[in-house]
Unconditional design. Sequence first.
Length: 226
Amino acid sequence: MIIVYTLLGFVLGAPINALADALPLHRRVEWPAYLARRAPLRFREAAVHLAAAALFAFLWARLSGEEPAQLILASFYSLVLLLVTVTDLEHRLIPDRAILPAIGVAALAAPLRFGAGWPFALLGGATGFLFFFAAAWLGERMLGRGALGWGDVKLATFVGLISGFPQVFVALVVALVAGGVTSLALLLARRATLRTAIPYGPFIVAGGFYALVWGSEVVQWYASNF
């Protein structure tokens, strides 16, 4: 079955490519040109298909023994994270037409994902929102517009909803460490300055996916050791 689920992920790379092409430019969503052989397959399009397949294979191996709803939700959330990674890297934009419906789905599906603890999903979403809202507000006043986009705030809200509380702190730590290390490396290599706009969405995505998969284990480990 893992092969079938991997192939499903590969196939779903097509709508992710279509949305990544259309949403940032406010165009009508159309099937990618390569499917109709109107254009050759681009590197990004191939990478999205392979990434979606790899994500589905990993999630099946990790979650197939749990309730089907957990696997389905994790797969959907992973596709959302893949989509916003592509749009942020290509356009420095996290489209509202992608992230706002995803926030709505995550909020409504919280009882399926967290059971009786679903209010902690809302608390996680609020924590992600407040943390990045404060960071964006502060960054705008210290470094000017573009230090952190408001799309990052919405993405952090989504990540908080799918991680829950206190797992959202795992997502935030991973995002901050990944973003900090990358920014420092770019500064040291003189590939960026303090005012260079670096897409932060992929780092929030990395934290969100890590917390989605391993957040509860990290929290349990921390609680038992500290």
